[in-house]
Design a protein around this ligand. Structure first.
Ligand code: GLN
Length: 537
């Protein structure tokens, strides 16, 4: 199928990184979607890793997992949360993946003796990946966010691909460039020079920006807009202000007020018409900003110095909080700092406890102490992936009486491997992309907390793990109060565990946080917070 009906929007960044290209892309997509267009967003990442799956979260934040099992950049999480539609493997491409593909082709003899070069071979592969989503015929707009900052050596082939596409008569696209307008407190001025330089730098690579989005801490007046427009070859109406927002969920409303979607449509010679209604979004925002209560929830993890490591969990809590008009006071607690001795002092004040996913030994005993505290003191508890596995280990040790129970991820020789390696993982030697990844079915027993939350018996949820509950222990656990309440119907893997005689104690082997969106907050998070409200002292 041809992509000639699809319009492409490139989003580049200048001056500094972390300006929020992902949020601007998602906000624009939301506004176009509200106008009735089908939109998807793609992220091109200029690093050499084939995907972020092998990256330590300290490097790049959370690794987001799509339904089809791709380990991707965390921005895809924002795209899904804003648009309420799924992304896929094709929505995230890295330089590593591009080169891997081209080199594999070269080995297969596909280039017929030609010298393989950055231009045209790498740029052709980049262009092919960009067009792939349009070629599905499913989208009116494909927004492609280019990671990094214009001027980075790594970004050059991507900018070159954009330059070539701009000249392709069968390809309809515009470029939105996001930059920073810093404020100099000493002189009380907003400075536009960095923006001018950055637009010029883009131009040196042959790409003229069509729309400029200016990140700023203070309002940008008409004079500044005119000046930027004049120096950057941009029409004044295409200079868009993006002021710091109190929450990322305000940005679509701000972009609608600034007319970002309107200017985009005008650049494509499309009809603009009335502003679309985004009332559902605004009502979420209203509930978010006018909470009736505050809930203290502890997030126990080992990467808490970089909050982006748990961004989907954080956002899921925010979405669920808005349902009950509750603000969340999230206590980020380092699992390495926790033990049975200090747990009362560190967690005693919390209304709810969430133990986060993770890999490896560091901090695991602290997570187990947190589980014990939540279980014994009847504090609502949600354990995700490793958090669920810790709940199983804790229960084995302290209730079943298997003192040396462990996961074989940490202790291969434990005589009670209550969590152990999945059968199909035993022969795996590679690290990247080799886990149980993506969506799998789970059937839930009636009369359980999970069933109450989902309101149905068959669900699918996304996974990212190697280890699992050892079914040999199922009966023993059930006889003393921990039940497997959700099971994978084909492989019989335990997906959900619950503890009886507790107001709300649920552990899930999957990652509910990957599928919570603004308009569809995840039922497990919503029910967890309902329990938190109910049990709150
Ligand atoms: N390390 C655990 C496993 O591989 C849990 C993974 C996770 O928390 N995502 O099974």
């Amino acid at each position: 199928m041809s992509d000639s009906n699809t319009k492409y929007i490139f989003v580049t960044g200048g001056v500094t990184s972390s300006l929020g290209k992902g949020i601007i892309s998602a906000s624009l997509a939301k506004l176009l979607q509200a106008r009735g267009h089908s939109v998807t967003i793609q992220k091109l990442d200029p690093y050499i890793n084939v995907d972020p799956g092998t990256l330590n979260p300290y490097e790049h934040g959370e690794c987001f997992v799509t339904e089809d099992g791709a380990e991707t950049d965390l921005d895809l999480g924002h795209y899904e949360r804003y648009l309420d539609t799924n992304t896929s493997q094709a929505n995230n491409v890295t330089t590593g993946r591009i080169y891997q593909h081209v080199i594999n082709q070269e080995r297969a003899g596909a280039f017929l003796g030609k010298t393989v070069q950055v231009i045209p071979h790498i740029t052709d592969e980049i262009k092919r990946r960009i067009r792939l989503l349009g070629k599905t015929g499913s989208y009116d707009f494909v927004i492609t966010e280019i990671g990094g900052t214009v001027g980075d050596i790594e970004s050059l082939p991507y900018i070159e691909a954009v330059r070539q596409l701009k000249w392709d008569p069968d390809f309809s696209c515009i470029v939105i460039h996001l930059t920073l307008v810093p404020y100099l407190a000493a002189s009380g001025e907003l400075k536009t020079k960095p923006t001018q330089h950055s637009v010029k730098q883009l131009l040196e690579s042959g790409v003229q920006a069509d729309v400029l989005v200016l990140r700023t801490e203070h309002s940008i007046n008409e004079d500044i807009r005119r000046k930027v427009a004049l120096f950057c070859n941009i029409s004044t109406d295409a200079v868009i202000e993006s002021k710091n927002a109190s929450t990322i969920y305000e940005v679509p409303v701000m972009m609608q007020d600034e007319g970002l979607d309107q200017v985009v449509l005008r650049k494509f010679d499309m009809e603009v018409g009335e502003d679309p209604d985004i009332n559902q979004w605004k009502s979420f925002l209203h509930r978010l900003k006018n909470p009736k209560r505050t809930l203290k929830v502890g997030l126990i993890g080992k990467y808490i110095e970089l909050k982006d490591s748990y961004i989907s969990i954080h956002e899921s809590l925010i979405h669920a909080g808005a349902v009950s008009e509750s603000a969340l006071d999230i206590h980020w607690i380092h699992s390495e700092s926790l033990n049975d001795e200090n747990v009362v002092e560190k967690l005693g004040d919390l209304d709810g406890i969430l133990v986060a996913p993770g890999f490896g030994e560091r901090g695991i005993e602290g997570k187990i102490s947190a589980v014990k505290f939540a279980r014994e003191n009847k504090i609502p508890f949600l354990g995700i992936c490793l958090g669920m596995q810790c709940a199983v280990i804790e229960f084995a040790r302290n209730v079943v009486g298997l003192k040396d129970a462990h996961t074989t991820e940490i202790d291969e020789n434990t005589s009670n491997p209550v969590i152990f390696l999945m059968e199909d993982q035993k022969t795996v030697t590679e690290k990247g992309g080799t886990m149980r990844l993506g969506a799998y079915e789970c059937s839930i027993n009636e009369g359980t907390k999970a069933h109450k939350a989902y309101g149905k018996a068959l669900i699918t949820e996304r996974h990212r793990h190697r280890f699992e509950f050892n079914n040999k222990y199922l009966e023993k656990f059930a006889s003393v109060g921990m039940n497997a309440t959700g099971i994978n119907p084909t492989g019989k893997m335990v997906e959900i565990i619950e503890v009886e005689d507790h107001p709300w104690f649920v552990g899930v082997q999957f990652h509910p946080e990957y599928s919570s969106t603004v308009l569809n907050p995840h039922p497990l998070f919503v029910n967890f917070l309902d329990a938190v409200i109910k049990e709150k002292k």
